[in-house]
Design a protein. Structure first.
Length: 397
């Protein structure tokens, strides 16, 4: 089959390396996702510790001397990057030949979670604030952020934060304008450095997701392998990996399944982000031997269009020329709006796509162009006639 060398490309939607569950993790089928199951719980400190011990992989930064905080063995592991999660998954994947493993896509995560019940109980910033207010509302806290308008000043906790009568709304939690919210105090810093105010992954057994999983809302954000252009926070406007489920730090609404647009850089580690994994039965993993196809819908900032096309031409040409698994990357521009691009991507199979994502030329492209992209949507496709594909490419001279 001849390859079609392209002039422009957009690469996104990271698909994780193979992943598997820890020995103690239950697998639960995800609705209509045939052959795909999700872990009942997010990966815990104790589970991650076995990986660290076996591989000498660096431990999360809040672990002291390579050991997680005492009493937190059943709490979700935090401060793990997307890349850390992939390494963990690859290690575990060697233990089970019956499944293929990876992190969930955003769609799979949402299908497993289902709609968040309005009365659902879970760990979010209202729970954290309530704990400290009940424990000692007059405790003095000191503002420690170097940019804080109140740096060095101490005041009672109940003068910094307050909680609505419903226990769901916290005032004074964060103030990015002058860095005077609770998260800029010594109490929050201490909390963060010890792994955050997480709870055991089975602390809310009555709050079950659509598939029966626990701890899908609150406690810790969870990595997905879906790339998005972030709509919220410091990452807004950048291409990142979507995270789902909210955390002990987040407000209640941010934890709902319907909340979208939150993401983090895959190389970053965060005190609110952990992960949960999915398993695909080997018999159901036809994607490894079938063409992997998608259409990328991209809107490029007009002022960056030429720079983007230059970078895209480079990575596009190198990808097709150097990687046997890259069959076709075919970009098209709207005639009236040249900054709106549609790209047909065809790879030999999913394994070839994963290998491409790890290539040096793709990584360089990914790190150098996120700010050029206004919006990005990736649409998975399925060929209606795979046998006809070879005829299409054989006609190219």
């Amino acid at each position: 089959m001849n390859k079609l060398i392209t002039g422009a490309i957009i690469m996104a939607a990271v698909i994780a390396a193979n992943v598997i569950f820890a020995d103690t993790t239950d697998l639960l089928p995800i609705g209509d996702k045939d052959g795909i199951s999700i872990a009942k719980y997010p990966v815990t400190n104790a589970e991650y510790a076995r990986f660290v011990k076996a591989t000498s992989h660096p431990a999360p930064r809040y672990w002291k001397g390579g050991e997680f905080p005492n009493g937190k063995e059943r709490h979700p592991v935090l401060w793990v990057s997307y890349d850390d999660a992939r390494a963990y998954c690859e290690w575990l994947g060697k233990k089970d030949a019956a499944h293929a493993y990876r992190l969930p896509t955003e769609d799979e995560w949402e299908a497993a979670a289902g709609e968040t019940p309005t009365d659902a109980k879970f760990n979010f910033n209202g729970v954290v604030a309530s704990h400290y207010m009940k424990e000692n509302p007059k405790r003095l806290v000191t503002f420690v952020h170097p940019k804080s308008a109140l740096k060095g000043k101490s005041m009672p906790l109940d003068e910094v934060i307050s909680i609505g009568s419903d226990g769901r709304h916290v005032r004074g939690w964060v103030n990015h304008r002058d860095y005077t919210g609770f998260i800029y105090t010594d109490l929050f810093k201490e909390l963060s450095e010890t792994g955050g105010y997480t709870t055991p992954v089975d602390a809310y057994p009555e709050t079950k997701s659509a598939c029966g999983a626990l701890d899908m809302w609150g406690n810790c954000w969870e990595w997905t392998c879906t790339e998005i252009v972030a709509k919220n926070g410091a990452e807004r406007g950048n291409v990142v990996n979507a995270i789902k489920g909210g955390s002990w730090y987040a407000n209640r609404n941010s934890c709902f399944t319907s909340f979208r647009g939150e993401g983090r850089r895959p190389s970053g580690c965060y005190n609110t982000v952990g992960f949960r994994v999915v398993a695909v039965r080997t018999a159901a993993t036809k994607a490894v031997s079938e063409p992997f196809t998608r259409i990328a819908e991209i809107d490029v900032h007009p002022e960056w269009l030429e720079r983007y096309l230059e970078a895209a031409r480079t990575v596009g040409a190198e990808s097709v020329a150097k990687e046997d698994g890259v069959t076709c990357i075919f970009p098209m521009q709207q005639k009236e709006h040249p900054n709106i691009i549609r790209i047909v991507e065809i790879y030999r199979d999913e394994a070839a796509y994963k290998a491409h994502l790890a290539s040096p030329h793709f990584r360089a492209y990914k790190e150098g162009t996120p700010h050029m992209i206004k919006s990005l949507k990736l649409v998975p496709m399925r060929p209606l006639d795979e046998s006809g594909m070879k005829h299409i490419f054989n006609k190219q001279k």
